[in-house]
Each structure stands twice: as C-alpha cells, then as structure tokens.
Design a protein around this ligand. Sequence first.
Ligand SMILES: NC(=O)c1ccc[n+]([C@@H]2O[C@H](COP(=O)([O-])OP(=O)(O)OC[C@H]3O[C@@H](n4cnc5c(N)ncnc54)[C@H](O)[C@@H]3O)[C@@H](O)[C@H]2O)c1
Ligand SMILES: [Zn+2]
Ligand SMILES: [Zn+2]
Length: 383
Amino acid sequence: MRAVVYKGPFEVAVENVLDPKLQHPNDAIVKITSSCICGSDLHMYEGRTAAQAGIVFGHENMGIIQEVGAAVKDRKVGDRVVMPFNVACGFCKNCLGGFTGFCITVNPGFAGGAYGYVAMGPYPGGQAEYLRVPFADFNCLLLPSGKQHEADYALLADIFPTGYHGAELAGVKPGESVVVFGAGPVGLMAAYSCLIRGAAEVYSVDHVKERLDKAAEIGAIPINYDEADPVQQIKDRRGGLGTDKGIDAVGYQATSAGSSAAGGEQDEVPNIVLNQLIETVAPTGALGIPGLYVPSDPGGVDENAKKGALSINFGRLFEKGLRLGTGQCNVKQYNAHLRDLITAGRPKPSFVVSHEIPLDDAPDAYVKFDKRVEGYTKVILNP
Ligand SMILES: NC(=O)c1ccc[n+]([C@@H]2O[C@H](COP(=O)([O-])OP(=O)(O)OC[C@H]3O[C@@H](n4cnc5c(N)ncnc54)[C@H](O)[C@@H]3O)[C@@H](O)[C@H]2O)c1
Ligand SMILES: [Zn+2]
Ligand SMILES: [Zn+2]
C-alpha cells in the first residue's frame, strides 16, 4: 500500500510499504478514508525528536473496517470508525481510571501508546491506505454510516478532544474568561471548546493572520503577539484584570514576537508561553497545558532545554495559588460525547480544515504546513 514515510529532517515521501495484517485476534484492519497531519507530526518532521527514518506517520485516523480478528465482537466489517490517537488496552489500571493516554499495556516500559509516533510503540501510522488497530472493540469509535460530517468526525481522533482536554484541565466553566495561547488547530479547538462550555470571553493569542481570523470567526478575541506583549494587551482590555483560566496550545517550540513574514527574527523561547500564562491568569485560576513539552530535545535552544528543564516562575504560580494540568489527551474520555454533539448538528470543528488533499500530495503539504504559509491550518489526507 501507499504510505507517508519519514525520510529525515524536513523530508517525507509517499512510498509503497507492506500492507498491515491482523497480528492478534483483537485487531482490526481499517481502510483509511481520512487521516490528518498534526502539529505534533511537525516536531518529528523537523528532526526535533528521536524519530528514525522509516516510520509511517499518522495518528489521526478514520475509515471503514475492512477485516476483524476472531475476538473482535462489537465492531464489524463495513463499520465507519474513528480511532483515538492513543492506542490503549481498556483494562489496565490507567485505562480503567479513564487515562487511556497513559495505557501501560500497549507500550511496555512506558505509559502511553500512539500510531505513527516516535517512542509510542510499534504502531505504524495511518497516513496510508490501511491501518492495523489493536484492541479494536475498545479503540474504534463507531460513527453513523455514510459520508456525512467526514471532516468533523476525523477531528475526533485528536485535536477536538485535545482542545476540549485543555478546557477540562483548566476547569473552564460558564461565564469565565480564558486566554488560549496558540491558534493552531489545537488552540482553535481549545477556544471553540471553551465557548461550547459557556465561557464568556476567550482570547486567542497567535501571530499567524489566517489563524487569528479563524479565531475571530468563532467568536474569540484575536490577540497578535507580534503587535505588543499579549499579557498587557489582554489586561488592558480587561481593566487591568487577568483571565480566570488559561490554556497553552503551543508547547516547547514557542517563538518570541517578530514575524518571519515581516522579515523579523523568530527566536524559539520554550518557556515563554508558560510564563505568560502565569502572568495572564488571575490569582486562584487554573492552567491547562495540552501543548507538548518533552524530556529530551536534541535541538533544544540551550543545555537545559535539551533536557526539557525549563525556567518557569514557580514563585509567581505559588503566590497566585494557580493550579495546572498537563499531559497527553485521553481521547476516549471525550470522543463519544463530542461525536454525539457533531451528529446532533451543533459544533462544526471542521472550520479549522484548510486543505483536503490526496495522499500523494502529502510531501508538499508538510512543507507548507510546517512554514504555516498559504493558510495551511489543518490538512486532511484522503487516501
Ligand atoms: N496533549 C496532547 O494530547 C496533544 C495532542 C495534539 C497536539 N498537541 C500539541 O499541541 C501543540 C499545538 O498543536 P497544533 O497542531 O495546533 O500545532 P501548530 O504548530 O500548528 O500550532 C501552534 C501555534 O502556536 C503559535 N505560537 C508559537 N509561539 C507562540 C507564542 N509565543 N504565543 C502564542 N502562539 C504561539 C504558532 O504560530 C502556531 O500557530 C503542539 O505542541 C502539539 O504537539 C498535544
Ligand atoms: Zn495530532
Ligand atoms: Zn491500558
């Protein structure tokens, strides 16, 4: 079959690889109809992880079940399904607690497995024609048959639940004000989720015009951090007050002000968003941090960053009595409810999708999405 294969920093190719086979009676093989490119793929694409050449990318997968193992009982050939990016067993201590992003069965020696991702276990990704899904009854979320809401449902694999997870980690409640750093796909989904949960005011911070425009489209207040200090911009608009809650949807590859489009230098400052969150959120508030931070980053800006050790103002965090939550999203906690909302015709998370393209066009899409040019916000591959 054809698949998107990582060749080395800044290079992917669409190549022929072996078709996946059932390896266990609990497995299913899914024929992929939609597989998205994620900001998380870019960390590998840019050579900022330990990913080795040869890995098939793709952890945001949706399709039709093609084949099931003898022990698969609830899912059937022909079912339309979307898979959480987490590969999970459903019966370990963490899965039973709802923490399917930290399954201790599927990736021995580590808590958490995923498709097509470095260090997340032996699970090739789904930017391909077919995907093997372990523990298929648990991991395949059933969707209404047909073609309706294809792009909305595809986002249930990761970014819609992950944005929602940011709001959940911050405990966003009706009537609250929230700052969301990052208006990439995850940040936009976080802002959207805060609004679904009834937030009164959502500030969306980024410096990419098309992304800030999308934030404004859904009713968030766009804040361009190239124009002025985003903390001050928000406090000025709120009569000197901070926000009730805050979400980091940027992660360790955060950059300082200065747009490359304007010919400026963009320095990577891995702790900038964490410290700005601490400053923006008002005392007794809470921070949700779905943005990715890593314990080892060979391309880190200094010796500490290479070890994932970032300087954050813990004194201010303590003084303000802020709470924080981090980590991989446990997609299974949210995906069925969010599916039902989509089916009911309410949220349309696909407003973030900028491009739907054939699998063969993936290499060009990686180049453009990585540069955040030509409006590339979220790309869905249709093999
Ligand atoms: N926790 C999880 O389960 C999970 C799941 C998916 C993605 N992620 C992570 O979430 C993060 C966002 O993902 P994405 O797909 O939206 O990525 P993305 O790279 O497309 O978006 C990040 C956005 O942050 C903006 N940005 C950079 N520096 C900033 C700053 N100082 N202030 C405000 N905005 C800034 C960029 O311009 C960009 O638009 C990534 O780190 C990704 O790995 C985590
Ligand atoms: Zn993803
Ligand atoms: Zn488990």
